[in-house]
Structures are given as C-alpha cells and as structure tokens.
Design a protein around this ligand. Structure first.
Ligand SMILES: Cc1ncc(COP(=O)(O)O)c(C=O)c1O
Length: 361
C-alpha cells in the first residue's frame, strides 16, 4: 500500500528549480539571479575559520549576526529575523500567519515561492495581475485586501519581471492597509535598485508601520547563495518571534553565519560590484534590444525579455542550453513567451546574445 500523505501535499506546487547542473563547467549560469562575482576571499576565510568548531551547535540566538544587522540598519536586534535563505522566513511567515479562511494577496507573476504559502496553509491566494509595464499594480492589490487578508507580499524589485515601484507608492499603499495585515516587502534585489536608492531608505518606513517586514538576503548582492542566509527587518518583535516559533532552532550553520557577518564589513566592495553589475546589465539590455526584443525596465541584476510571437519559448530556452547558456523560461515563472536572464560576466552575456541571435535567426 502506498504511503498516505496529508491532503495539502497534492496542493503544493513544485518549485521550478533550475536545471542544467549536469552540463558541468563552462556554462553561462544565467538562470537563478545569482551574483556573477564569487565571495570575497576574506568572507571565504571567515567561514573556513569557524569550521574547526563544528562539533558545537551554532549559537541559537545568532547574536553576532543579528547585532551587526541591527547596527547597520538602526533597529533593535529583537526585530531582526534570520533564516536559511530568505525563503525560510517567507515560508515561516506563511505558517505563522495563514490558515484556512485567511487570504494572502500578491501580484502575479512574482516570486515562485509565493503560491506555496497558501497551498501549505490552506489559505486562499489572491493573485493580482501586473500592469502593462510588468510592474506591481498596488491600487489593484489594495482593492483585493479584505477582512480575511492576513498577509500581502510585494516583491520589489519584482522577480521575475525585474521592475520596481517607488517607495512613495508603497507608502501610499501602507497608509491604506489595516495595521493588523502583515505586509512583506520582499527586497531580495533592493541593493541593485536605482529607483529605490539607498537600501536604508525603506527601513525608514518600519518606524511608522509596525505591520511591515522587509525581507532581504545574502544570496544576491553579497554573493552567498550557496550558504543560505536571509534576514528580515521587522516592524514589530511579534513577527520575529512568530517566525522563530514555527521553525527548528538551528536553521543557520556556523559557516553561513560567519560568512554573512564578514560580508557586511565590505560595503565598499559590495557597491563596486553593484556598479559593475549595472554596467553589465546595460550592455546586456542593449544587446537584446538590438535583436528587436522588448525588455522590461529593469531595476535588478536580471532582465525580463518578451520573445517574438512566432518564437517557441521552450525551443529558444533549450537552444540556449545546447549552446551552454542557461536562462529561465517564462512559462515556469508564470508567463509563457518570455524569459528571465540573469546579468552575468561580460563574456557570459556576450555568449548569450550571440546564441540568441543565432536561434532567432
Ligand atoms: C524575490 C525573491 N525573494 C526571495 C528569494 C529567496 O532567496 P534566498 O532564499 O536565497 O534568500 C529569491 C530568490 O531568488 C527571490 O528572487
């Protein structure tokens, strides 16, 4: 007899994981919005140094990293949540806030993990279409907020479409949402955004909106995707306490903590990497537009490209893979006929443009 699983296992969608790892080296990895820069040597060294103490569990209060983030953003450490990647905090937020009868509102297409929150909890997902420029339509989202809404997710800049909405728009939205509704501003790519400016700017909103949570990560700008460290800057201690309550105590290994702590000490280099990424992105966008394709107004380290109507999306994506370039097909991300391309090194980007030009003829 087969195992009998919980009902919700049938509802939970499979996350569209990146494929192509079997292709080995010399592949342009443009499918997961990672940094094209390896971690700094000092960061790698910090992680190495603590491995000697691996016979001990990590400090379950994660005190050093939380204090460093608290100091950087001027918040009490009790309002900093940490996680095994920011996904961990996102899923914990779903578990802590949602249940059958509750609603979660988010735009679509947005980050592929959002549908999991409703599916695992039995809450109702309200997916609001993006506007014609592939941006969040905050007015439309607001009109979907009801007494049943427990959580609103705003992905800013949005994955997969790369677009951002200004903080003035976010603020207007927050002014109109009841204070008992949790609003998570998912800012995985905030450091790349020129529209949002300084990553400290949205932190100011936390002072006025205790229902707000800023979700951030070391996976993107800090180049630590493989170590899995995310964090949330919380408007209230309650959110942090609740997401800690629903998770195992040791979600962050000692190497990950040490690397993240060291990474925070190198902000000048982080900014230089942002500048280089944005310069690479401009060249990438020029190359794609030069092929006559529409590219969304990017404010992140990736671009969103609409394919010509006559092109078959899966043929394009598999044609790129045959040429050792991995990108993400729009269909897997909620919009067929598009693709999401991470900004790589100049060489990777050039390989992508040359391959795409060949495929589209
Ligand atoms: C918008 C957004 N939020 C959150 C995450 C999760 O990142 P991580 O779990 O690596 O911190 C990602 C990853 O791609 C993302 O694109």
């Amino acid at each position: 007899m087969p195992l009998e699983f919980a009902q919700r296992i049938r509802r939970i969608p499979s996350y569209p994981v990146a494929a192509g790892y079997e292709l080995g080296d010399d592949v342009a990895m443009l499918a997961s919005n990672e940094s094209c820069f390896a971690p700094l040597p000092a960061v790698v060294e910090a992680a190495r140094r603590v491995i000697d103490g691996s016979h001990r569990y990590p400090d379950p209060s994660y005190w050093r990293l939380r204090s460093a983030l608290a100091e950087r953003y001027g918040l009490p450490p009790e309002r900093i949540a940490l996680g095994n990647g920011s996904c961990d905090i996102l899923l914990a937020a779903g578990e802590a806030l949602l249940e059958p009868g509750a609603e979660v509102v988010y735009s679509w297409p947005a980050f592929s993990v959002y549908p999991h929150l409703a599916a695992t909890s039995g809450a109702r997902a309200i997916e609001v279409p993006l506007d014609a420029a592939e941006r969040h339509d905050l007015d439309a989202m607001l009109s979907e907020v009801t007494v049943a809404t427990r959580l609103v997710l705003i992905c800013n800049p949005n994955n997969p479409t790369s677009t951002a909405v200004g903080l003035d728009e976010v603020e207007r939205f927050l002014d109109q949402v009841a204070p008992n509704v949790c609003v998570i501003l998912d800012e995985a790519y905030v450091e790349f955004s020129l529209l949002l400016g300084d990553p400290h700017a949205s932190v100011e909103l936390l002072r006025r909106y205790p229902n707000l949570v800023l979700l951030r990560t070391f996976s993107k700008v800090y180049g630590l995707a493989g170590l899995r460290v995310g964090y949330a800057l919380c408007g209230s201690v309650d959110f942090r306490a609740a997401v800690d309550q629903v998770r195992q105590p040791f979600y962050l290994g000692i190497g990950a903590q040490a690397a993240a702590l060291e990474a925070l000490r190198h902000q000048d280099e982080v900014e230089r990497r942002v500048e280089r990424t944005l310069a690479h992105r401009l060249a990438l966008e020029d190359g794609v537009r030069g092929l006559g394709l529409w590219v969304a107004e990017s404010d992140a380290n990736f671009i969103w490209v609409l394919l010509p109507e006559e092109a078959d999306e899966s043929d394009v994506v598999s044609g790129l893979a045959e040429r050792r370039v991995l990108v993400r097909a729009g269909k897997a991300l909620g919009r067929e006929g598009a693709m999401r391309v991470t900004v790589g090194t100049d060489a990777e980007n050039e390989r992508f443009i040359a391959a795409l030009a060949e495929i589209l003829g």
